[in-house]
Design a protein around this ligand. Structure first.
Ligand code: APR
Length: 252
């Protein structure tokens, strides 16, 4: 620890927190090489209320200096650094079908042909082309996600994921719900979608308790490596909005 940075390692990840506020700013992962270590990824807090980002180049230099300081020795000049930002998160009240983002997520069932709830709303707004396209996808497994065009939606893409039915919590529900969020971010990365809107997956017909679901949504999106820069949680009712706002506040 010095006057600016509090640093610690967990497994192969170095965490750099601000000494005064305690906010986590950098997470750096390393891979062992014959001659030492390579930085394989760097995650940077990108919420401007917490940390005002420099350019990637400026960041690279600053990080090199911090790590050199922590390690007590100079870093090789051409160390490859892959800078990834954590996405900015916000929760809003609204109808996800009207979101102007690159991709919206739907809480589908395994056949992907448009069930009820948010899935029905999205299929209606996207038009019949979405269902025709979905027929060619051969369904989607629980906890996984598939991506299609958005057709008549403002969003260019729809990511279809299948959340778990709540059965008391000891039937793998948390792991499956976490997997839904990770899979959706992976599909978004595959097509280069930088802004993604999620509904409260599994909290409707599948009856997942909203507070627990919100915590999983926020923690998973915060810890998953992704190129997505903006994640909006579009809540359909006020209790759900409050649960998401609380979870976002607690994660900071
Ligand atoms: N915009 C945003 N959120 C919405 C909208 C909408 N237009 N419509 C509903 N919601 C919210 C619900 O209030 C709930 O909080 O989406 C959340 C998820 O609810 P469901 O759509 O019921 O999804 P889920 O609980 O995951 O159940 C999925 O239900 O309709 C079937 O085919 C679907 O079998 C699948 C299952």
């Amino acid at each position: 620890m010095n006057d600016k940075w509090f640093t610690f390692m967990e497994d192969d990840c170095l965490f750099l927190h601000r000494s005064w506020t305690g906010f986590g700013i950098y997470e750096v992962t390393f891979a062992a090489k014959e001659t030492g270590f390579l930085i394989t990824s760097v995650h940077v807090e990108s919420d401007p209320d917490i940390y005002k980002r420099d350019s990637d180049m400026g960041e690279r230099e600053q990080l090199r200096e911090i790590i050199a300081h922590v390690a007590g020795e100079p870093m090789p000049p051409l160390l490859p650094i892959l800078i990834q930002s954590k996405p900015q998160l916000e929760a809003v009240l609204g109808d996800i079908t009207t979101e102007k983002v690159d991709a919206i997520v739907t809480a589908a069932d395994t056949v992907l042909l448009g069930g009820g709830g948010v899935d029905m709303a999205i299929h209606r707004a996207a038009g019949p082309e979405l269902r025709s396209h979905c027929r060619s996808l051969d369904g989607c497994a629980l906890g996984r996600a598939k991506i299609t065009p958005g057709f008549r939606l403002a969003a260019q893409w729809v990511i279809h994921t299948v959340g778990p039915k709540w059965q008391g919590g000891s039937h793998g529900e948390p792991v499956l719900l976490e997997s839904c969020y990770r899979e959706c971010l992976a599909r978004a990365d595959e097509v280069g979608a930088e802004s993604v809107a999620f509904p409260a997956i599994a909290t409707g017909a599948h009856k997942y308790p909203r507070t627990a679901a919100a915590k999983i949504a926020i923690s998973t999106v915060r810890k998953t490596p992704t190129k997505v820069r903006e994640v909006r949680f579009v809540c359909f009712d006020v209790p759900t909005l409050k649960a998401y706002q609380k979870a976002i506040g607690e994660a900071k």
